[in-house]
Write a protein that binds this ligand. Structure first.
Ligand SMILES: C[S@@+](CC[C@H](N)C(=O)[O-])C[C@H]1O[C@@H](n2cnc3c(N)ncnc32)[C@H](O)[C@@H]1O
Length: 234
């Protein structure tokens, strides 16, 4: 697997934030074998991570689920990439997904889970039931190095009410795994935090240029990327 084969996707037409392919590549370093069978790319955006999962892992089918991006657009891209045998785009809300219990061997979400997953009980009620016994969930999301830092004036100026979505690694581990039987949660901070953001700025996306201005004013020291690997007992 070489991330260099995917450089054509490091563009403002494909990226929706910090380089999702590099973050996914990092998630897979220790979990490549765990991604297999029916796999969901939750909050897949333009589907570039779905393509990476389809091509670079043992996933049999990749269900590319997103709310803001239409299934029609992602199906067009799947066809253009010649990946229509493996990618199944679905328009759905993470709060109400149309899948059978135990359907997925793996569920992956890059730069998306913080939008909906921070509610108490969300993981146990909405995600865990869809996972087969022995299955794995891999998540990467922007967070804060220290809980509480999300409420700084600079964070509020940058993210407004969305500061509520940012949390520290210990907070996420506790919120997802705290009172849940039958799972193990491993977490770490991304080593590619800075690189992933630099690629986003370099894409020239107008949101990326705004983000860069805030990062340079001081957010580099506040933010991180929270990486989580959750296993369901077999
Ligand atoms: C910043 S984009 C990241 C997209 C992609 N994962 C990536 O990294 O390029 C966040 C994505 O989360 C998705 N999202 C937000 N809320 C969602 C929800 N309730 N259900 C499903 N997807 C959601 C959006 O549709 C959007 O595509």
């Amino acid at each position: 697997m070489s991330i260099n084969n995917y450089k054509q996707f490091f563009t403002k037409e494909h990226l929706m934030g910090p380089n999702s392919l590099k973050l996914l590549d990092e998630l897979l370093v220790n979990a490549l074998e765990a991604v297999a069978g029916y796999t969901m790319d939750l909050g897949c955006g333009t589907g570039i991570t779905s393509l990476f999962l389809a091509r670079e892992t043992k996933a049999e089918k990749v269900f590319a689920v997103d709310l803001w991006v239409s299934a029609a657009d992602n199906w067009r891209r799947a066809q253009a990439w010649n990946a229509q045998d493996k990618l199944i785009p679905i328009h759905a809300d993470a709060n109400d997904m149309p899948f059978a219990e135990g359907f997925f061997q793996s569920i992956v979400g890059v730069d998306t889970y913080h939008y909906f997953g921070g509610k108490p009980g969300f993981f146990a009620e909405k995600i865990l039931p869809l996972l087969a016994p022995g299955g794995t969930v891999l998540l990467a999301m922007p967070g804060v190095k220290e809980e509480g830092a999300q409420y700084s004036p600079l964070m509020r100026e940058w993210a407004g009410e969305e500061v509520e979505m940012f949390h520290s690694l210990p907070w996420w581990k506790e919120t997802i795994g705290g009172n849940v039987e039958g799972i193990s949660v491993r977490g770490y901070e991304s080593a590619r935090y800075s690189e992933a953001w630099q690629d986003w700025f370099a894409s020239g996306h107008e949101y990326g240029l705004r983000d860069k201005a805030f990062m340079d004013r001081g957010l580099w020291d506040t933010l991180n990327f929270v990486m989580l690997e959750i296993h369901k007992e077999g």
